[in-house]
Design a protein around this ligand. Structure first.
Ligand SMILES: Nc1ncnc2c1ncn2[C@@H]1O[C@H](COP(=O)(O)OP(=O)(O)O)[C@@H](O)[C@H]1O
Ligand SMILES: [Mg+2]
Length: 495
């Protein structure tokens, strides 16, 4: 949950960064190219102005002939071109009106540049490759084009050099495109580093946010689990956090209050009702006994009175069972340390005479001591119910095995019989109140419900299983230590 939330936040940040940075990188290249080109153009115009005296013989001054003055200007131009190239790395060529280089940063003086389209355009001439009639007036041009000489694309700016309306020549400054790319890559690297830092911040913030949110939700979940485990006092912490989670905790606590109220009043009702019913029922039973005594033995109504007494007995058993259940359900009882081995030995002794009557052998397999945490008198009631149920169904002469095992963390009790057993689908239902399967005769169907309630009150578990002896195995596992959260577990049953 926590990592999923953090992952969503980081994923979202990555997406935003990508959406932002990809167009930004391409924009960066465009801007950088424009910037370089406009710089080149300015430089080309300025070099063009400087090249005028080298391209036309001017009227003689200061004692030099026109040719001498032109040679001097040419020498200065070449110096300037070399200096420019040395500082900025650009490739400069100055051509005359015929497209022949008069100054070149690469020593190509005398080379014909007319076949370069931008030079032809600057001079207002047609390159040899162009069809006749496609004449255009001299004009400046700039951009990027592949270069056969360089073997890689080239950024250039070429401008005409004019004297009035006369085209004297042209200047071209160019750069290999790799220069531009280097600069752009540097910019993109900067962007990438910024993006990476943003992403790292996002990871830190996301995991912080996710962990605080999940921590609060986890605490709420723990409270809900404790409540569902039967700890009716479980409440969520509503302090801190604020917002929806605090509201949720508040609502949870309100719900828990209601559940606690309902459950406690219900428990109280079951106990009170069965207790109140006992007295009138006993009185009724006494009156019927008395009526039977007063009736002549051959009275035809005597059978009806006897049947009524049987029904009252049944009702009494039910009510007694309900009362036991209500007491077992009262979770406020303190747990006590009980030696299950000792209790099992005592109970086997008590049941032995009844078992003997049916030629059933009860065998005990228990260690010298097996201490567990239980509700007072729970061990007796649990063992009694298991033995009672088994004796109800086992055939004569069969074996009944009571086993106690002390294991790390708890004590296991098992009662195995050689009776008919229970199909798997009934084993879980047998712990339900009033469930008796197809069983006839005495019994209220509350015995196993009481067992389940008593065991889970101590944080233990109960289950029924197929016994290796052929019949049913009725088992329970008790804790060696009192449970830390909740005093009982309604989910403690398994099959
Ligand atoms: N050892 C057993 N073998 C077979 N069936 C059993 C055994 N123990 C319990 N049962 C079944 O589970 C039902 C519920 O048992 P219980 O809750 O003790 O009620 P009761 O004993 O009053 O019928 C019994 O009616 C019986 O059908
Ligand atoms: Mg029973």
């Amino acid at each position: 949950m926590r990592w999923r939330l953090a992952l969503v936040l980081v994923g979202f940040t990555t997406l935003v960064l990508l959406v932002q940075n990809i167009p930004l990188a391409s924009y960066l290249r465009t801007v950088e190219k424009e910037r370089i080109i406009s710089g080149l153009e300015g430089d080309a115009y300025s070099l063009g102005g400087f090249s005028v005296p080298a391209l036309v013989p001017l009227p003689p001054t200061t004692g030099l002939t026109a040719a001498q003055a032109q040679d001097l200007a040419l020498a200065k131009l070449r110096e300037r071109v070399a200096a420019y190239s040395a500082v900025g790395g650009g490739v400069v060529v100055v051509v005359d009106a015929q497209g022949v280089a008069v100054a070149s940063s690469e020593g190509r003086v005398g080379e014909d540049y007319l076949n370069r389209p931008e030079i032809a355009l600057a001079l207002g001439k047609m390159p040899a490759s162009q069809p006749a009639g496609s004449f255009k007036p001299a004009q400046a041009s700039s951009g990027e084009r592949p270069s056969a000489t360089l073997g890689e694309p080239l950024i250039f700016s070429a401008v005409p050099t004019r004297a009035g309306s006369l085209i004297l020549g042209a200047v071209r400054i160019s750069f290999p495109s790799s220069n531009l790319n280097d600069r752009v890559n540097q910019g993109v690297r900067g962007l990438g580093i910024a993006a990476l830092i943003t992403l790292l911040c996002a990871v830190v913030i996301a995991s912080l946010v996710a962990s605080t949110v999940t921590r609060r939700i986890r605490r709420l979940r723990d409270a809900a689990e404790r409540l569902s485990d039967g700890d009716l006092d479980a409440r969520a912490d509503v302090t801190g956090g604020g917002g929806e989670i605090e509201d949720l905790a508040q609502s949870f606590n309100t719900m828990a209050d209601r559940v606690q109220g309902v459950v406690e009043s219900q428990r109280g009702f079951a106990g009170d009702a069965s207790h109140q019913l006992r007295t009138p029922l006993t009185a009724l039973r006494l009156r019927l006994d008395r009526a039977a005594d007063l009736m002549p033995e051959d009275d035809p109504a005597i059978d009806q009175v006897d049947a009524a007494r049987d029904e009252i007995d049944r009702l009494q058993r039910l009510i007694d069972g309900l009362l036991v259940l209500a007491r077992a359900d009262n979770r406020d009882q303190q747990l006590v340390a009980i030696d299950v081995s000792q209790v099992a030995a005592d109970r086997v002794e008590v049941w032995q005479p009844l078992a003997d009557e049916r030629s059933v052998t009860i065998q005990l397999d228990a260690p010298g001591m097996a201490v567990a945490q239980l509700v007072p008198s729970a061990a007796e009631q649990i063992i009694d119910n298991y033995i009672d149920n088994a004796l109800e169904v086992v055939p004569e002469g069969s074996l009944l095995l009571v086993t106690v095992r002390s294991e790390p963390g708890g004590v296991t009790l098992m009662v195995d019989d050689q009776g008919p057993g229970l199909p798997p689908e009934d084993r879980e239902r047998a712990f339900d109140r009033f469930w008796r399967g197809t069983q006839e005769g005495e019994g209220s169907g509350l015995g196993l419900a009481v067992v389940a309630s008593l065991v889970t009150a101590g944080g233990g578990t109960v289950w029924l299983d197929q016994s290796p002896l052929g019949g049913l195995r009725a088992a329970a596992r008790f804790r060696a230590q009192p449970p830390t959260t909740g005093r009982d577990s309604l989910r403690g049953r398994h099959s």
